[in-house]
Design a protein around this ligand. Structure first.
Ligand SMILES: C[S@@+](CC[C@H](N)C(=O)[O-])C[C@H]1O[C@@H](n2cnc3c(N)ncnc32)[C@H](O)[C@@H]1O
Length: 347
């Protein structure tokens, strides 16, 4: 296990020390989500030296970050840390964690410049993401991570740590590479495939089971797209395994989360007010709340927009006092594309 992390460290040291760090595939840096304009505007202010060393596979920056404490797991050279620094504003805070001293040194070398440009609200910590003991229980509003958790040999421990550091109502929002089946040992242990974020990709159904064990009996996908490899040699090594780049959203709501969508007759209206969500708010890849339009919601979806930092932007009708059974059409069978909420009337 320790060896795997050492291997990964070495792989990413090469990336940050040598030039802009060309990787062997496009799996990392394949950014699936198109950035909203307000984030593009911030990105334009980040030095090219940093953005050219970005190895994420998505854009895990949820809206409404102002004033939040954000924790970036595996922050690398710091692109998302500095984006978040601007987005959380002067009252917020961003903590970047990475095990690789070279990547972190690079991020740190831009800290003063970025503090002068944005805000002096960034802390960079050299640590394994499996042990976040430097961060107190229940102290973080939003945990983000971009193409990192696949690299960990102890993924469940990472999710336990995330659950621990999040506040109640806090959010995990991360992008990563997933697989449509369990990865065979020889692929998992291949240093190139591991470093390229393929060897350690989580099989989506095992991921769902792991999340449930930790407390996330429901979570949502924000986006999903086929991961591009663009390297015939690597493609030959991975064979028929299909990889996808996905962005996941999960809220720490231990008292309200249920493993399937339950019907309580609740409805919710997005009243606007979130930057970047002027006309609508996407809760996930299948719930779009148009401003001022009332939407039927299951108990979990209702809790996501009521009991989190999004609550102040929503008007909720109804509570859980009357239960009408499972949300019609929604079951708890494993789904290719979802957590607990898998295609019912609300979904
Ligand atoms: C693919 S890069 C992504 C970096 C950054 N998130 C970005 O989007 O540019 C993976 C990063 O995760 C870090 N990493 C991998 N496994 C880790 C672990 N177990 N603990 C801490 N950091 C880890 C690596 O050092 C590397 O900087």
């Amino acid at each position: 296990m320790g060896d795997i992390r050492e291997q990964v460290k070495e792989y990413y040291s090469k990336m940050s020390i040598d030039n802009g760090g060309e990787m062997a595939t496009h799996t990392c840096s394949c950014g699936t989500d198109s950035l909203p304009q307000y984030i593009k505007d911030v990105l334009a202010e980040i030095p090219e030296e940093i953005t050219s060393r970005f190895y994420g596979c998505g854009s895990p920056l949820p809206p409404a970050l102002e004033g939040c404490t954000v924790l970036d797991l595996g922050c690398g050279t710091g692109r998302d840390v500095y984006l978040a620094s601007k987005l959380v504003g002067p009252e917020g805070k961003v903590i970047g964690v990475d095990m690789n001293p070279d990547q972190l040194a690079f991020a740190k070398s831009h800290r003063a410049e970025m503090a002068a440009k944005f805000y002096d609200n960034v802390e960079l910590i050299e640590s394994y993401i499996e042990d976040l003991s430097a961060i107190p229980d229940g102290s973080v509003d939003v945990v983000i991570s971009n193409c990192v958790i696949n690299l960990s040999p102890m993924k469940e421990q990472v999710f336990k740590e995330i659950w621990r550091v999040l506040k109640i109502g806090g959010e995990l929002y991360f992008a990563d590479i997933f697989a449509d089946r369990r990865i065979p040992k020889e692929i998992n242990e291949n240093p190139l495939l591991l470093g390229e974020c393929l060897g350690g990709a989580m099989y989506i159904e095992d991921f769902r089971r792991m999340m449930a064990r930790v407390g996330w009996v429901d979570f949502r996908y924000m986006s999903s797209s086929a991961a591009s490899i663009d390297n015939p040699e690597v493609e030959a090594l991975v064979g028929n395994i299909q990889f996808s780049s996905r962005t996941v959203r999960a809220f720490k709501l231990p008292d309200t989360l249920e493993d399937i969508c339950e019907q309580y007759g609740q409805t919710a209206i997005y009243r606007g007010g979130i930057e970047g969500c002027e006309n609508y708010f996407d809760l996930d890849d299948h719930h779009r709340f148009f401003k001022d339009l009332r939407l039927d919601v299951c108990g979990n979806s209702c809790s996501y927009v009521q009991d989190t930092r999004f609550g102040k932007y929503f008007e909720i009708f109804g509570d859980r006092s009357i239960h009408f059974g499972p949300y019609e059409g929604c079951g708890n069978a494993p789904s290719v594309d979802g957590g607990g909420c898998c295609g019912g009337g609300c979904c």
